[in-house]
Write a protein that binds this ligand. Structure first.
Ligand SMILES: *Cc1c(COP(=O)(O)O)cnc(C)c1O
Length: 231
C-alpha cells in the first residue's frame, strides 16, 4: 500500500479531477463526495482515510469489514459496496449503509435485520444501468418495482442509487451508464414523489464521466491506495 503522504497526494489529485470535470458542466464540485474504498487493504487504509478527514470508507465484503472494525476503534461510517448475500444481511444492521441492494429478497432480509436490531438501515439500490451481464445490480426495468418495495420497508431508508459502469472497451459506455442512472433516479423521484439525493457512481478510472453526469459520491480505491493485493 502507498504511504500516508502518497495517499494525501492522491486525494488532492482526485479533488482536482472532480473540480475540472464539474467545471466543464457548470456543476458544483462540492456536491461530489469521495468515498475511499479500503477493500483488500489492511486496516491502515481506514486509518489513513480517517486521519485525513474522511468520515466514511467503502468495503465490499461484510466479514473483511467486520474484522477491520474489530481492529480499529474509529468513529467512521462503513459503506458496503460489494454484493451482499442475503444470509449475511443480519450483520448489516448497525454497522453499514448498504449501497448494493439489488433484490426484493435482500430488502426483506435487511428490513428484518433492522427491525430486530432496533435500528434503521440506510440503503441505495444498485442498478445495472450499463446492462453489463457480468455485473450485479437490478435490471433497469425492475428499478421502479424495487424502489416501491424499498419504500414499503419501514426499517429501511432509501437514500438513492448506485451503479458500476460496464467494463468494456467502448469509452462512451461508462458515461451513458451514468446518465442512465441519473434518468432512472429522476423518474423515481417523479413517480413516487420522493427525494433520492445520493447518486453513487464513478471509480478511479471513470470519475470524470460520473461527475459530469451528476454523481454525488465517487468510490475510489486504486487511485488513493494503490493496486490491491489479492491473497
Ligand atoms: C473496488 C470498487 C471500487 C473502487 O474501484 P477502483 O477502481 O479501485 O477505484 C468502487 N466501487 C465498487 C463497487 C468496487 O467494488
Amino acid at each position: 500500500m502507498v504511504s500516508y503522504e502518497e495517499f494525501c497526494g492522491g486525494v488532492s489529485k482526485i479533488r482536482e479531477r472532480i473540480g475540472l470535470a464539474a467545471s466543464k458542466c457548470g456543476l458544483n464540485p462540492e456536491n461530489v463526495k469521495i468515498l475511499p474504498v479500503t477493500k483488500n487493504h489492511s486496516e491502515k487504509a481506514v486509518e489513513y482515510a480517517f486521519k485525513s478527514g474522511f468520515s466514511s470508507v467503502g468495503e465490499n465484503r461484510v466479514m473483511e469489514a467486520l474484522d477491520k472494525m474489530g481492529m480499529l476503534d474509529l468513529p467512521v461510517n462503513w459503506e458496503l459496496i460489494g454484493h451482499l448475500q442475503s444470509n449475511k444481511a443480519k450483520f448489516c444492521a448497525k454497522f453499514f449503509r448498504v449501497q448494493s441492494v439489488d433484490s426484493a429478497k435482500l430488502l426483506e432480509k435487511l428490513d428484518k435485520a433492522a427491525e430486530s436490531g432496533g435500528v434503521e438501515i440506510r440503503i441505495l439500490l444498485q442498478i445495472n444501468s450499463g446492462r453489463d451481464p457480468a455485473k450485479f445490480g437490478a435490471d433497469i426495468e425492475d428499478a421502479p418495482a424495487l424502489a416501491e418495495a424499498a419504500l414499503k420497508c419501514s426499517h429501511l431508508k432509501l437514500d438513492g442509487l448506485m451503479t458500476i459502469a460496464p467494463l468494456v472497451d467502448d469509452k462512451t459506455a461508462a458515461r451513458r451508464a451514468f446518465a442512465k442512472l441519473r434518468e432512472i433516479r429522476d423518474g423515481l423521484e417523479e413517480s413516487f414523489k420522493i427525494k433520492l439525493p445520493e447518486l453513487s457512481m464513478g471509480m478511479s478510472g471513470d470519475i470524470e464521466d460520473a461527475v459530469m453526469e451528476g454523481s454525488t459520491m465517487v468510490r475510489v480505491g486504486t487511485a488513493l491506495f494503490g493496486e490491491r493485493v489479492y491473497a
